[in-house]
Design a protein around this ligand. Structure first.
Ligand SMILES: [Zn+2]
Length: 224
């Protein structure tokens, strides 16, 4: 029988053990992120509070899937503040740290197909000629982005495609052709992930962390 005095200790041990194994949930995976804000006209295109708000919104979507973002923040000076074509996006490669998931916050990025539209974000792969930058990819987040966009683009970075049925984080963006065609339209965007999407994201984060460790260059980042 437990004495009265041992009960608090047993309860404490039980709570510790629940906390350690996440109350039955899988282990939390930490994804290191580097958020770099472009400096244009002598100042960052967005303030720290804006970046924080976007990070928090992304965390709210990813946390239920057991994915935590450990973000570091700094600024960079791009050659151009407004990105109008592919080459100008590729030119950002020099600002990407290949050892981290990099998010570059820029002033403006025009949609390549629908040129009357400015993007809120895009997952971009380097396809230029410079051998130093081959294999680099990153997230571009623009100053006009609304908070859930960062989570959407990070999910693309981790391999999730659009969901043509919609109703979740991967509903195609406003400039996607599906909105212009005459066919069925996706359900409205919602900042949540299906179980299958969450599982794919976790597997991708695991692969990313394992690959970086195997390459002898663990993804760097400190919790924020
Ligand atoms: Zn998308």
């Amino acid at each position: 029988m437990w004495s009265l005095s041992s009960r608090p200790l047993i309860l404490a041990l039980l709570l510790c053990s629940l906390a350690a194994n996440g109350a039955g949930r899988p282990r939390v995976l930490t994804l290191p992120l580097q958020v770099r804000v472009a400096r244009c006209g002598g100042k960052p295109v967005r303030r720290e509070a804006w970046v924080k708000e976007h990070l928090e919104a992304a965390r709210r979507v990813l946390a239920p899937q057991g994915i935590r973002l450990a973000a570091t923040r700094d600024s960079f000076r791009p050659a151009r503040c407004v990105l109008l074509d592919r080459a100008q996006r590729h030119a950002l490669a020099e600002h990407v740290d290949p050892a981290r998931v990099t998010v570059l916050v820029v002033e403006r990025a025009r949609d390549l197909e629908l040129t009357s539209y400015d993007l809120m974000g895009v997952h971009w792969r380097y396809r230029g000629d410079d051998s130093r930058y081959q294999g680099r990819r990153w997230v571009i987040l623009t100053a006009r982005a609304r908070p859930p966009v960062l989570a959407h683009e990070l999910a693309h970075y981790l391999g999730l495609p659009h969901d043509p049925a919609g109703g979740n984080l991967m509903t195609p963006g406003p400039s996607a052709p599906i909105w212009r065609g005459s066919g069925a339209k996706p359900k409205p965007f919602a900042p949540l992930l299906t179980d299958a999407q969450g599982e794919r994201l976790r597997a991708a984060v695991r692969r990313l962390l394992k690959g970086a460790a195997a390459a002898g260059a663990p993804l760097r980042g400190r919790p924020r």
